[in-house]
Design a protein around this ligand. Sequence first.
Ligand code: HAM
Length: 424
Amino acid sequence: MLTTRPRGTSDILPGEVEKWQYLEQVIRRLCREYGYSEIRTPIFEHTELFERGVGETTDIVQKEMYTFRDRGGRSITLRPEGTAAVVRAYLENKLYAGPQPVKLYYTGPMFRYDRPQAGRYRQFHQLGVEVLGSHDPALDAEVVAMAMDLYARLGLKDLELHINSVGCPRCRPVLREKLQDFFRARLDRLCPHCRDRLERNPLRILDCKEERCREAGRGAPTSLDHLCPGCGDHFQAVLKHLDNLGVAYTVDCSLVRGLDYYTHTAFEIIARGIGAQNSIGGGGRYNGLVEECGGPDVPGIGFALGLERILLTMEQQGVVFPRPPKLDVFLATADEAARDRALVLVQKLRREGLAADRDYLGRSLKAQMKYAGKLEVGLVAILGSDELAHGVVSLRDMATGNQEEVPLDRLAEEIKQRCSEVKL
Ligand code: HAM
């Protein structure tokens, strides 16, 4: 146990972490361009927030939450998703009193106790965005387009955008009744959870992962057939805006999201080829959630994208990740006198904004050169007593093998110039 991580978690090691940093860099830029500010909420919240927010009959709340009592006896849950916490923070910090709408984004780990497999983990990471305070269908389209824009910037192709309207509290009672009639006739084919859901929240049966429930749900009444005029108009307006933006989509009346808070627009993005867990993002409107959490009647919309699944898709599609060099220069020393100066010299280079390192294992010069090769450093500065006596250092270009003497006081400048030449 001491040397094994918990199932469904991963270590992101050097070599891999650069891909994450690249992804995070693209994300931050995108969010800034779309007018979003970052929000950081706690990793754990009061359990009740998710029970109320995500919904008591959802798989997430019924089967997947990491819930425990803290030492003060409170029920605490590691966040399985970000939306409920953002809404909580919006209310607690009275963000509704400032200019609206409020556009927020977050990235970070989420926790769900699910059966781990390719693309499904117990600790995974999301980029989430949430907009609070606007009903405008243009915003629905912009939020969807923003997700598609991120995938495009990352070089992903052949994605499927599925979109649906799940209605609102006005049209839902009719659908609820139709679904209850439909599933009552198929009760013996449902799993125990879904039998329980029939009276409490029949819509959830359509999202059950059990094969027998999926089978039983074929041909069930859909929300799209039971939209009230307001929901119908909103949905048509969203589709029109998507058309204007040139965003391709498939209207998918069977799309039900796994969380209870959705109203109106719901969408999901699918990447074929990464296995069964192929939803690389999803979201929608949640116009009742702020009120459900005890706040004013404020509408909301957002999405969350699974970062592991995005990276999987990038790899599967052969996207080449930029690989910035780890170090700008390695300082190799030929003898004791040079070694004594090395610490001061690398510190000086770092103060000049260069990524510099040296040997700490007393290696021979030859072994240091070999080590620098393994680090894939472009430049090695070689320092010995001779160089010290003349106030110079030998700068070797590791790609060409060319070596040149450079005055010690011009070393930083010389390295900077060569690094910029490499980047061009
Ligand atoms: P969600 O569909 O539950 O929505 O999760 C969003 C994305 O997170 C999924 O499409 C998937 O890419 C990723 N994901 C979910 N579970 C796992 C897992 N076990 N392992 C790896 N990746 C996973 C939400 O979480 C909503 N909060 C989205 C939202 C924001 N709706 C409105 N605003």
